[in-house]
Design a protein around this ligand. Structure first.
Ligand SMILES: [Zn+2]
Length: 517
């Protein structure tokens, strides 16, 4: 019953789009080689961390699931469709933001490894990662996690990792893993499909006694995240045919990663990575796709007109159509931004703009103050710059009226709607996205009623996109500044676009484990 329910939750299109490993195995005349039930552990740590952020993710900021609770995460549900039970260890995840505090990481890693040891012997490990984890004082945190895993499980165990499209890969990571998959869509609408591709591949290899390996090409080109959508060209065509490669003999997966540009570290780069059992074919594919990506690098672009905060605001104020929806893209919490910057609010007040909705300001003390005052109260507020007081200064409002307070049981979940100086603003106790019309409906606000809507987000959510008339993207400062030519670039190897005339041809790399056979 439970299994049927879970399958029901997975869209039919997802199931239809999966590589048919079982069919391919039959066609290739493969005979199951594994005697008994393979033992597969599941665990991992996932976050997307901007090294330009001064905020640190501490233990209380992470969602940590241990033991059977691992299966409570929505992306763990597909694991329960297998006859082979996955053996849970620990999964940790933090919303996009600043680097993870070192002690928090070390504590989580020790807990995970302890749980992994208790499950030995293991035939496989499935790791739910992101690929852009940054830990204080450490380069390549994923590589560290994989090496620690390998040291526990030994050389014969297959380790497979699941990645976001915005992950960075290193030689150390590639040399430690046997298989990996990554999202093929941005915005990421194929999360469940990616889980199933990863776990189908791992269980298939164990069942038929296959020893897969990775061939990888790192591409020294990085893009602002908001240009990396697969909904418009060239992203649409570059990702559209990856599943076709899965049909080739000896190919188990082909993934293409944009990388994460706001990690100023040597491994930051785009990648093409293949998993399979055919080094020559994988090398050919990686070379072809990496060259194709490199050749298309100049064609990536933003989906809407861009400008500085002031330029976007000037344009919005003279617009004859409404609402003008402006993304405050450098402060987007969905990509790692602080979500408490006041640059846009300062510009709105300076320009005297009225009939404005400002969505997504994080400020725990101001939110708490609203709850203490109650709906209908008028109070003075200091808004913003509580998470990173060095980035900008707070805005002091003499009279803010509390229009809405969401009933919550924990203060950290609090959210308020306030009005002052012709501006309606959301306040939340923790960093969260206000980018869809639903997120405003829940707090009694209708974005369609405003002349200008400023959101701390990147490319617009589909529900907001249809409303925007027009949409603009402010290339605002912040931890994920989209104007990447002007962000600090100290630790990356020579990379386009910082090196505009960079010459490069693909250099496929066969993982150390694959070379050894
Ligand atoms: Zn992503």
């Amino acid at each position: 019953m439970r299994r049927r329910l879970i399958l029901k939750m997975i869209p039919a299109g997802v199931l239809a789009g999966l590589p048919t490993f079982a069919g391919a195995a039959r066609a290739a005349g493969l005979v199951p080689a594994f005697r008994g039930t393979p033992r597969i552990a599941v665990g991992g740590i996932a976050s997307e961390c901007s090294t330009y952020s001064r905020i640190r993710a501490r233990m209380e900021d992470l969602t940590v699931l241990r033991g059977q609770d691992v299966f409570k995460a929505p992306l763990s549900l597909p694991l329960q469709r297998y006859e082979t039970p996955f053996l849970p260890t620990l999964t940790a995840s933090a919303p996009s933001g600043g680097p993870v505090e070192r002690q928090t990481y070390e504590t989580l890693k020790a807990d995970y490894l302890e749980r992994l040891k208790k499950l030995l012997p293991l035939d496989g490990v499935y790791l739910m990662m992101h690929g852009a984890l940054s830990v204080e004082g450490m380069d390549d945190a994923e590589g560290d996690w994989y090496e620690a895993t390998r040291a526990v499980v030994g050389p014969d165990c297959l380790i497979s990792a699941y990645y976001d499209l915005h992950g960075n890969l290193s030689r150390r990571a590639v040399d430690t893993l046997d298989a990996m998959t990554a999202y093929r869509t941005a915005p990421h609408v194929d999360r469940v499909e990616n889980v199933m591709r990863a776990t189908d591949m791992l269980t298939h290899c164990l069942r038929y006694g296959l020893r897969p390996g990775i061939v990888w090409a790192s591409i020294p080109a990085l893009l602002p995240g908001e240009q990396s959508s697969t909904e418009w060209e060239p992203g649409r065509r570059l990702w559209a045919d990856l599943s076709e490669y899965n049909r080739l003999p000896g190919i188990l997966d082909v993934s293409q990663l944009v990388g994460y540009v706001w990690a100023d570290e040597p491994r930051a780069a785009a990648s093409v990575v293949t998993t399979g059992t055919n080094i020559e074919e994988q090398t050919r594919i990686v070379t072809e796709l990496a060259a194709r990506y490199w050749d298309a690098r100049h064609d990536f672009h933003f989906d809407s007109p861009t400008g500085t905060i002031e330029e976007c605001l000037s344009r919005a104020m003279v617009s004859v159509t409404h609402p003008v929806v402006i993304s405050d893209s450098g402060d987007n919490p969905g990509g790692g931004g602080n979500s408490d910057q006041t640059f846009f609010l300062q510009a709105l007040l300076k320009a005297g703009t009225k009939n404005v909705l400002l969505g997504g300001m994080t400020d725990r003390p101001a939110t708490d103050a609203c709850y203490r005052a109650g709906v209908g109260a008028t109070l003075p507020l200091s808004i913003g710059a509580t998470l990173d007081p060095l980035m900008c200064r707070p805005v002091h409002v003499k009279k803010a009226v509390v229009k809405h307070l969401t009933p919550v049981t924990r203060p950290e979940d609090g959210e308020a709607v306030i009005e002052f100086a012709g501006i309606t603003a959301t306040l939340s106790a923790r960093r969260r996205l206000y980018h869809s019309t639903e997120s405003f409906r829940d707090i009694g606000v209708d974005p369609a009623q405003f002349k200008i809507v400023v959101l701390k987000c990147g490319y617009l959510h589909p529900t907001m996109k249809v409303l925007a008339n027009p949409a603009l993207m402010a290339l605002s400062p912040g931890a994920i500044n989209q104007d990447i030519l002007h962000i600090g670039n100290h630790r990356r190897r020579p990379t386009w676009p910082w090196v505009a005339d960079l010459n490069w041809t693909p250099e496929p790399y066969v993982s150390a484990r694959f070379r050894r056979g």
